[in-house]
Design a protein around this ligand. Structure first.
Ligand code: GDP
Ligand code: MG
Length: 591
């Protein structure tokens, strides 16, 4: 919303512009007025909309055309004043003032106009009959009002309408020619409806309506008022109310009605509450609330955010098969301006037999986004209406920023539940199979290009490293040994060697020592045999070990080789098994 409002009064001489301003300020009719009133500023706390408001007078006798044009271009709203007992002053509205204003304002940002018929105390009849055709002709005219500076009739109303025209413009919401809401407004209200339809049945029931009312207006709706609203819709539409709740059609109809009755501030309140700005775009402040992530800290979703995401999943998993069909997924992301998850997501998280993202896969992808790109996560939560539905300050309150990893190492414990494992290995050594097996698949789906001459700091910043070699390829271990020696000999990051394709006959590696000997020398646990070429689901044992090593990096490599440690630690690690599945994409060092 705007921070202040500038109102300009124009019109023929002697129609009473200066008197109107003086009457407003002194609350009595001044018998003598100057040609032009000084610019006045009404402080925020005495205006109905609580924004400082400047009121600017114009006088042909005191000001040049140039000065007038300047004032017109500075104004947020212009009141064209005429005198109800003076025909010429009415004619000049269309023959002179409206064209003059159009010429001196930016075409894209039309200033709203208000037609003001002053001196209503002097006539019996109303000027409305003459004015209404003008209003219908010019869509920039927000409203018209008859008033009297002399007996103070409608004076404060006039300035309130002017303020409202700026703060709650009808322009972006409504097309007067078509007598209907504009497409962007319909789009925004449709998103709001979908976010508020907590059970996704296409109807806002009493509970949902009350919640909506409370979030937007801070007060619940009285049961009778709720019935009245529904009755209005029933009377006008036959499919606006269904099962005693409001359909999207009914919801849109209500807002059209608000706008047509001049209560468009109601619609604006709703739109702003759901994050929209004056152009009906989602605010950057709303989408990206401030969140500080110091270096060496990572980002995770907290319990509250997971509960919210769970409810979003539930409401879209209509057939209750714990997976999102392409159609269900599209419906879930319908409140987004674009589809955030491409087909690649299906390859990186758990899916069901049909290749649809499962509940676990869905949460994993969220965990991953939060870990890798927290700004994006904030944005996505914003589209879903997290702060509104979960009744939080902003999306930032759904994020836990973990403490510095160095402190974890010092204290030998961690509260983190998401860890990053980078997987290195020569071409064709079985990395993708290793990663896909993690998702319970036996298939190889990804080609990973290893080129360790170009490892960036980001590539190396992880919680655990996996070095994969192929037992059937005698040259593949050499790659692992080189990566280890070049990057990880002195690093604090634990490393694990994976002997992949263990179903094939083992061939002696062409390297100075055997992989087992290499591990012993560098105080690493022995190579872990792995194959995804099994009829059964591949063993998950290695993944538990990886998670454990990531969680307890301080435990010496020698300790890690003893079975008692594994027994102890794996109890803790299985707790993280669910979140652990997230590790897939994190695991995958795709280059
Ligand atoms: P301006 O030139 O548009 O600023 O008009 P003024 O404020 O100077 O008013 C012109 C004349 O109209 C003055 O004599 C005012 O007293 C008179 N006037 C202004 N408003 C009213 C009104 O509401 N009723 C009546 N009867 N006279 C008014
Ligand atoms: Mg004047």
């Amino acid at each position: 919303m705007r921070k202040d409002v500038r109102i300009l009064l124009v019109g023929e001489p002697k129609v009473g512009k200066t008197s109107l301003i003086m009457s407003l300020v002194s609350e009595e009719f001044p018998n003598v007025v100057p040609y032009r009133a000084e610019e006045i500023t009404i402080p925020a706390d005495v205006t109905p909309e609580r924004v400082p408001t400047h009121i600017v007078d114009y006088s042909e006798a005191e000001q040049t055309d140039e000065q007038l044009f300047q004032e017109i271009s500075k104004a947020n709203v212009i009141c064209i004043v005429y005198s109800v007992n003076n025909k010429t002053s009415i004619e000049k509205v269309t023959s002179h003032w409206i064209p003059l204003i159009t010429e001196n304002t930016d075409k894209d940002s039309r200033v709203p106009l208000i037609l003001v018929g002053n001196k209503s105390d002097l006539v019996e009849h109303s000027s409305m009959e003459t004015i209404l055709p003008i209003m219908n002709q010019y869509s920039e005219i927000e409203t018209c009002v008859e008033c009297s500076a002399k007996n103070l009739k409608n004076i404060s109303e006039l300035f309130y309408y002017a303020q409202k025209a700026v703060l709650h413009p009808t322009g972006p919401l409504y097309c007067p020619e078509k007598k209907d809401m504009k497409p962007l407004c319909v789009k925004a209200l449709t998103r709001i409806f979908k976010v508020s339809d907590l059970d996704n049945d296409g109807i806002l029931n009493d509970n949902e309506l009350n919640f909506f009312q409370r979030t937007c207006f801070n007060t619940p709706l009285e049961p009778q008022a709720l019935e009245d609203v529904k009755n209005v819709v029933r009377k006008n539409l036959n499919d606006g109310v269904c099962d005693n709740g409001l359909t999207l059609k009914g919801f849109l109809f209500l807002h059209t009605l608000f706008i047509q009755r001049g209560r468009h501030e109601t619609t604006w309140t709703v739109l702003r509450r759901f994050g929209y700005d004056d152009d009906l775009e989602l605010n950057q402040d709303y989408l990206f609330p401030p969140l500080k992530v110091p270096p060496d800290c990572t980002t995770e979703l907290n319990h509250n955010a997971y509960l919210f995401l769970q409810s979003i999943f539930d409401k879209h998993d209509k057939d209750r098969d714990c997976a999102l069909s392409p159609e269900e997924l599209r419906d879930l992301f319908d409140v987004f301006p674009y589809m955030p998850w491409g087909p690649d997501v299906n390859n990186t998280v758990c899916t069901n037999d049909q290749g649809w993202i499962t509940y676990q896969g869905y949460l994993s992808q969220w965990t991953l986004t939060t870990y890798l790109d927290v700004q994006r996560c904030l944005e996505y939560l914003g589209y879903l209406g997290y702060s509104i539905i979960a009744e939080q300050e902003s999306q930032a309150s759904g994020i836990t920023v973990t403490r510095d990893k160095k402190i974890d190492l010092q204290k030998k414990q961690t509260q983190r539940s998401v860890f990053r494992c980078n997987v290195f290995g020569d071409i064709g050594c079985g990395k993708s199979g290793f990663l896909q097996a993690f998702l319970g698949r036996n298939l190889m789906l990804h080609e990973v290009f290893p080129d360790f001459d170009y490892l960036s700091d980001a590539d190396l910043a992880c919680d655990i490293v996996c070095l994969v070699y192929d037992v059937s390829n005698p040259y593949s271990f050499d790659y692992c040994a080189k990566v280890f020696k070049q990057y990880f000999t002195d690093s604090k990051t634990p490393c694990m060697i994976i002997a992949a394709k263990s179903d094939l006959p083992e061939i002696k590696q062409m390297y100075g020592c055997s992989p087992l000997e290499f591990c012993r020398r560098h105080r690493m646990p022995p190579p872990q045999s792995f194959t995804c070429n099994t009829a059964a689901a591949p063993s998950r044992d290695i993944y538990t070990k990886l998670t454990t090593m990531a969680m307890y990096p301080h435990v010496s490599q020698a300790d890690l080789t003893t079975s008692t440690f594994w027994l102890r630690a794996s109890v803790g690690a299985t707790v993280f098994a669910v979140l652990g599945f997230t590790m897939y994409r994190v695991l995958l060092k795709q280059r």
